[in-house]
Design a protein around this ligand. Sequence first.
Ligand code: GLU
Length: 273
Amino acid sequence: MDGNKRIVVKVGSNTLTNDSGAIDRRYIASLADQLAELNKAGHEVVLVSSGAIAAGREFLGLSRRPSDMATLQASASIGQVGLIETYAAEFGRKGTTIGQVLLTRADTENEVSYGHARDTFEKLLELSAIPIVNENDTVAIDEICFGDNDTLAALVARMIRADMVVILTDVAGLYDQDPNINPDAKVVSCLTEVGEDLLAETSTGGGAQSLGSGGMRSKLQAAKVLLEADIATVLCDGRQANVIADAVEGNPQGTIICSEGFREKLELLNSRA
Ligand code: GLU
């Protein structure tokens, strides 16, 4: 699309980890390459990244995700160090500066901390740095319990008045039927509303469900909040080539959830292409 964009990219734990549940450094390297290119092209980019618990679990040699909250929080505390070091190294390779931002939902509800956080984001973006955001899991557990940072990404996008949120996930988008049951299920390319009926029939976790797979409900809830603020959301497979650039350029892979007006602009743009 025309002009430089302000984009929030959210990457979930499943997308950031390999089959054995360890942080996938090659994937982080490719994410850094893509985001650094957008940053160099003049777009403003904020990355909301999960993966702290997964990184901590790996560091502690735990064979599975801890089940008690204090160990989850301690894993996040330990893992966040390694996670941000990995991002710093991979963005550093591209000559791109990053800043770490740890936030909670309460921070976005308090007028004073909201103002401080917004000012920090604005300055980081002015400095061409890429803020890398995670929940502050020491003092909040919202995203550990539900949503894997989908809600946090929406709150950040509203705070900084982003143009678009790109949610990188491990499925191709929102399906019209459960692809695990029906092989003819198709990815819905565009939605202009997120109704309560759709939310109700969408699962909070992976496995059998009527629409899509893998925690689609929290993504749709985030998209609904964003739609109300006229911010477009793209749900896409984070492992596909050029998936972020395609979304920013107005030719999104996966599912875009946006207003009628935004959709008309996209159609116009693609009919000219
Ligand atoms: N803040 C958590 C993390 O970075 C959220 C994701 C999760 O619950 O695994 O790991």
